[in-house]
Design a protein around this ligand. Structure first.
Ligand code: IFM
Length: 410
């Protein structure tokens, strides 16, 4: 499967009922999402675009706050809307991959304590049950997008709602509840459709010591890895090498891969958990960098696919992309990452597909709309979409139907 991914709050526009919107309007976040890409109205046209780029699947998210704008109050018009989105995808020959939670929450849920509440998972699964009733025929589901990023940004770094800093116990409670929410949502989906495949999307991190000769840096890299890569799987009850048991919790692992980080710490105490990234590591062959400062490191995609295949489950690259205004850089990024993906497939990695982040430029959370991640550019004044040349690289792979099929002209 070949396609691209988006998320509701990053493209739809007008998400009045969620926590991000509330914080944006109160001036508690640096940028407001506003009308964004108006994808809520323009989805059909955006799927024409995806189809014209040769895609055969598409990942999008359902905005919980539209479906349940007030606690226990259901907006069936929103569910009908998402039903239409799914029908449109199917008519365009795009297999829907539906994300149920992509960072935003209904404002009422966050006001009541958000993911720290002991019955957060139950509240989320009520929304899931309601949604699946209205959305029959979806085979691929992603329950939670990047749970660890949500916990780190919201409860450790204080950059996203609810803007807590260094609240370790809260972050761990949030992760526990997100793990419970995944399991409850998966059970509900499987009950409604036993053939459905349900995973979550993991932000796969590669962490290396800034200076491999320093014990402190190696310690920081190890802690970072355990906390960012392994903890959520443990909370789900997944273990390395225990494929049969893991398959009762996940049907696939979504891999979101972007870059690697070099980390260090000033202490061996508990705050070493925070780590600190360094720009200049003692490491050969670095860069180039994207406009958000992420190093392009294609071989890392192969490493994370290898690493996470140790859970014995199929893998789905649910995000991979680069924020850049230099389309040549995006073209090379795509060629190199797809080449690495092809090598992984050839060496037997169980890969379901690849989805690029993103189909169109969008709202990059606390960085606003400046970072350009799209296969198509968006002019926010006119809502015009213009496919970038780099989109053709993915199109050639998608058309060949396999990763090894792209060798003719490079
Ligand atoms: O835009 C985000 C997306 O919401 C989650 N994964 C990473 C992307 C790029 O930062």
């Amino acid at each position: 499967m070949w396609g691209a991914a988006t998320a509701a709050h990053q493209v739809e526009g007008g998400n009045h009922w969620n926590d991000w919107w509330e914080y944006e309007q109160a001036g508690r976040l640096p940028y407001a999402s506003g009308d964004c890409c108006k994808h809520f109205e323009l989805f059909d046209q955006d799927f024409d675009l995806a189809r014209s780029l040769g895609h055969n699947c598409h990942r999008f998210s359902i905005e919980w706050s539209r479906v349940e704008p007030r606690a226990g109050q259901w907006n069936d018009a929103a569910l009908r809307h998402y039903g239409e989105v799914i029908r449109s995808l199917q008519q365009h020959g795009l297999e829907p991959v539906v994300t149920l939670h992509h960072f935003t929450n209904p404002a009422w849920f966050t006001r009541n304590g958000g993911w720290q509440q002991s019955d957060a998972a139950r509240q989320f699964s009520r929304f899931v049950e309601r949604s699946i009733e209205h959305l029959p025929g979806v085979r691929y589901w992603i329950t939670i997008n990047e749970p660890t990023v949500l916990a780190v940004q919201g409860y450790i770094n204080g950059e996203w709602p609810p803007l807590y800093r260094r609240s370790w116990w809260k972050a761990v409670r949030v992760l526990r509840n997100l793990a419970a929410a995944h399991l409850a949502a998966r059970a509900a989906i499987k009950k409604a459709n036993p053939g459905a495949l349900v995973g979550f999307a993991h932000n796969a991190q590669i962490t290396l010591p800034c200076n491999p000769r320093k014990v402190r840096d190696r310690f920081a890299a190890h802690l970072w890895d355990q906390w960012r890569n392994r903890l959520f799987f443990r909370l789900l009850g997944c273990r390395l090498g225990e494929a049969a048991a893991n398959a009762r919790r996940l049907d696939f692992i979504g891999i979101n891969y972007y870059t690697r980080s070099f980390v260090t710490t000033d202490t061996f105490g508990p705050s070493a958990l925070l780590g600190r990234t360094c720009k200049r590591a003692h490491h050969p062959e670095q860069g180039p960098y994207s406009m958000v400062g992420w190093e392009v490191f294609p071989r890392g995609l192969g490493s994370v696919l290898d690493r996470f295949s140790e859970y014995g489950l199929p893998l789905f690259v649910t995000e991979n992309g680069i924020a850049t205004e230099d389309d040549d850089l995006r073209r090379v990024f795509l060629e190199q990452h797809l080449q690495v993906l092809g090598e992984s497939i050839e060496s037997g990695a169980p890969i379901l597909g690849y989805m690029h982040w993103s189909l169109i430029d969008n709202y990059e959370w606390s960085l606003g709309t400046r970072p350009r991640f799209g296969l198509a550019a968006v002019d926010y004044a006119t809502q015009q979409r213009t496919p970038r040349e780099s989109a053709r690289v993915l199109q050639r792979y998608a058309t060949a139907g396999r990763s090894g099929g792209y060798s003719d002209d490079h």
